[in-house]
Design a protein around this ligand. Structure first.
Ligand SMILES: Cc1cc2nc3c(=O)[nH]c(=O)nc-3n(C[C@H](O)[C@H](O)[C@H](O)COP(=O)(O)OP(=O)(O)OC[C@H]3O[C@@H](n4cnc5c(N)ncnc54)[C@H](O)[C@@H]3O)c2cc1C
Length: 311
C-alpha cells in the first residue's frame, strides 16, 4: 500500500489572488480516477478552467515558479504514486464543443473525446478522420502525441490548433508549426492546446461508418481495451515493432507487483487491480532492460509519466 500523499494546500492562497477566476480549483485532488491505469497520487492543485479566457487569466496571474502540468483523458499516462506538485490543468465543459464548418472542416475543443470527432466527421461526410475512432484519448492528447492508428496520424488531418502558453497568451499553430513526428509534437511542452481544426475530403457516411466498425472490431480483437492500461507503452524503434522485441525478450505476461505485461498485446502494460504506479513503471523499466540485453535496442517510453514517487 502506498501512503496517501498530501501536499501543502496552496489552493486557498491561489483563489484569493485571482478574484476573477471562474473555473474550479481543488487542493490535493486524487488523480487515479482520471487515468486509464487507475493509479497514482493527487494533484497539489487541480484547476478546471471554465473556458480559454479563464485558462489564460489563471496562467498569466500564476506565480512563474509554480509548475503546471496538463492532462487529458489519461489514456497515455502514468501518474506517479507521490502525486503531481504544482497545478494540474484538466479541460472540461468549456472545451467540449464540436462544429462542422464549410470546406469539410471539423472544429473541436481539446476536451472532446477523439471518437466523437470521428463520429461527427462521419455524419457530415468528411473522410480521413475515422482513425480517431481507434484512439481512446481526447483531442488535446491527440494534438500533443500526434495520435495515430491504422495508417493515419493527427498530422494528416490537422489544419491548425489553438493553445495557451505559460504566460497566458493564445497562439494559433499551423500544421507545420506543430513540428510533428512519430508520436511527437515540437510545440513547447508548456503550451496547453485548447482547440483543433481538422479537414478531410468528401466521403460517403456509410463507407466511413464501415471503416469505423472495422477499426472497433480490430481493436477489440488485438488490444486489451477493457483493461486498466495506457495503450502502447513504448514507441516502435526505427525498423522494429516494440511488441516483437518485448516478446523475443520473454516478457509476455511478466508480472511485477500487480502490474503485468499484457498476454494479448505485449506492448501494453496492465494494472491487474491493485498495482501501484511504481509497479507499472518498474515493470516497464524491467522490460526495457531485458530488451536491451536480448536485442541491443533501447526502447523509448511512449506513455507519459508525471509526478513524483511516494514521499
Ligand atoms: C486501450 C488503448 C489504446 C490506445 N491506442 C492508441 C492508438 O492506436 N494510437 C495512439 O496514438 N494512441 C493510442 N493510445 C494512447 C492514447 O490514447 C493517446 O496517446 C491519446 O492521444 C492520449 O490522449 P489523452 O487525452 O488520454 O491524453 P493523456 O493521456 O491525458 O496525456 C497524454 C499527453 O498529452 C498531453 N496533453 C493532454 N491534453 C493536452 C492539452 N490539452 N494540451 C497539451 N497537452 C496535452 C499530456 O500532458 C500528456 O503529455 C491508446 C491508449 C489506450 C489506453
Amino acid at each position: 500500500m502506498i501512503p496517501c500523499t498530501m501536499f501543502p494546500d496552496i489552493a486557498s492562497d491561489l483563489i484569493s489572488r485571482l478574484p476573477n477566476l471562474r473555473g474550479r480549483v481543488i487542493a490535493n485532488q486524487p488523480l487515479a480516477d482520471f487515468t486509464w491505469f487507475r493509479v497514482g497520487g493527487p494533484a497539489q492543485v487541480l484547476f478546471m478552467p471554465e473556458d480559454e479566457d479563464d485558462l489564460g487569466y489563471f496562467l498569466r496571474e500564476l506565480a512563474t515558479e509554480v509548475p503546471v502540468t496538463v492532462i487529458g483523458l489519461g489514456s497515455n499516462l502514468i501518474v506517479r504514486d507521490g502525486g503531481v506538485p504544482g497545478v494540474v490543468v484538466r479541460l472540461g465543459r468549456g472545451f467540449n464543443a464540436i462544429e462542422i464548418e464549410d470546406g469539410h472542416r471539423v472544429r473541436a475543443g481539446a476536451a472532446v473525446p477523439d471518437v466523437k470527432v470521428a463520429r461527427a466527421a462521419q455524419e457530415a461526410g468528411i473522410a480521413g478522420l475515422a482513425f480517431l475512432r481507434g484512439i481512446p484519448g481526447g483531442i488535446g492528447g491527440a494534438l500533443r502525441m500526434n495520435g495515430g492508428a491504422y495508417g493515419r496520424e493527427t498530422k494528416d488531418a490537422l489544419v491548425e490548433a489553438r493553445g495557451v502558453d505559460r504566460q497566458g497568451k493564445v497562439h494559433v499553430f499551423s500544421n507545420a508549426d506543430m513540428g510533428y513526428g512519430y508520436r511527437h509534437c515540437s510545440v513547447a511542452d508548456e503550451v496547453i492546446f485548447t482547440q483543433a481544426l481538422f479537414a478531410g475530403p468528401t466521403g460517403d457516411p456509410a463507407v466511413i461508418a464501415g471503416q469505423m466498425d472495422k477499426i472497433t472490431e480490430s481493436r477489440e480483437a488485438t488490444q486489451p481495451i477493457k483493461s486498466r492500461t495506457g495503450g502502447s507503452t513504448f514507441k516502435n524503434p526505427p525498423g522494429h515493432k516494440a511488441w516483437q522485441l518485448i516478446d523475443a525478450a520473454g516478457c509476455r505476461g511478466l508480472i511485477i507487483g500487480d502490474a503485468q505485461v499484457s498476454e494479448l498485446h505485449c506492448n501494453f502494460l496492465i494494472n491487474r487491480g491493485s498495482a501501484t504506479a511504481a509497479d507499472i513503471e518498474t515493470l516497464g523499466e524491467t522490460v526495457r532492460a531485458r530488451v536491451r540485453e536480448t536485442s541491443g535496442v533501447e526502447l523509448e517510453w511512449e506513455i507519459k509519466r508525471i509526478g513524483v514517487g511516494p514521499q
